[in-house]
Design a binder for this molecule. Structure first.
Ligand code: PAF
Length: 291
């Protein structure tokens, strides 16, 4: 596996490939786990070459403490990528991604998409995500790029950005990978104690409960109240939001919409670790899960 650390070595590597060879990019912030493995395997299956990027992007952290505490496990990650069969890894230092530190950063705005859920609770987060993902796409110029459905709003933002900037890439989404307990895999789980991990499983159980209630026709206002009641009973969980969005346009909804897919989305603190999770509920008469 090639280790690439600056823009020109990525370009040399990609330009050596013939025009017919398709490149898949898996952007990550490292601390790789089975969720990343699913992204890498999807890329390895669909492309001639797979490049994984590992970069803890400072501009998407609105909380400096969160950035400091974000797990960094490069040695383990490189071994993990070798084992999966990844062709190259791009691990740029900060000065490669943000060479003019003193300059004002470009600010990206995504309309209603960055005003709700994660956007509302993490100001500037999606501008930073958009900035770094557009840089990575421009540097690697992949045919396809892979993102997990755990960050559902991020996926919607990236799709919008790629459309608006006419970036020639196919954005591929990969379903959430969960532990046997239901806990969605996340690099942040490394910071949970075993008791906190147990508490955190309540998030997915509550999403499943919300889905069941929705499917038997309970209205969304009642479901939201039931969910907040359930989660607030669980000491050790501090809910930041629980909302329902329409998948099509990622608008918040207050009333059932059985004609299209919807998603229940939650963000909560377990101890001092902020976790997000979601569940997509397909339209009533379809078994297709679109996203
Ligand atoms: O989902 C992530 O890990 C990050 O937000 C991403 C897409 C790698 C950008 O830093």
């Amino acid at each position: 596996m090639k280790l690439l650390q600056d823009v020109s070595s990525v370009r040399n590597f990609t330009q050596k490939q013939t025009a017919k060879q398709e490149i898949g990019l898996v952007p990550t912030m490292g601390a790789l786990h089975r969720g990343h493995r699913a992204l890498l395997e999807a890329s390895l299956q669909n492309n001639d070459l797979t490049i994984c990027s590992i970069y803890v992007n400072p501009t998407q952290f609105n909380n400096p403490d969160d950035l400091d505490k974000y797990p960094r496990t490069l040695e383990h990650d490189l071994k993990f990528l070798e084992e999966v069969g990844c062709d190259a890894v791009f691990c740029p230092p900060n000065q490669v991604m943000y060479p003019k530190k003193e300059q004002q950063l470009l600010q990206l705005s995504f309309g209603h998409l960055d005003k709700i859920l994660e956007g509302q609770h993490r100001p500037g987060h999606f501008s930073g995500v958009g900035l770094v993902v557009s840089k990575l796409l421009n540097i690697v110029q992949p045919r396809r790029a892979y993102f997990g459905q755990k960050d559902l709003q991020q996926l919607a933002i990236i799709r919008q950005m790629v459309r608006e900037f006419c970036i020639s890439v196919e954005i591929m989404s990969v379903p959430i990978v969960r532990e046997a307990s239901g806990l969605a895999l996340s690099s942040r789980n490394q910071r949970l104690s075993s008791e906190e991990k147990q508490v955190a499983t309540q998030l997915y159980r509550t999403l499943l409960f919300a889905q069941q209630q929705y499917e038997i026709g309970i209205d969304l206002t009642t479901i939201k109240q039931q969910v907040l009641d359930r989660l607030s009973r669980d000491t050790g969980i501090r809910v930041e939001y629980f909302e329902v969005v329409r998948i099509d346009d990622f608008h918040l909804i207050e009333e059932a919409d059985k004609s299209g897919a919807i998603a229940f989305c939650v963000a909560a603190y377990v101890g001092d670790v902020r976790l997000i999770d979601n569940i997509i509920v397909p339209p009533a008469k379809s078994t297709q899960q679109e996203h």
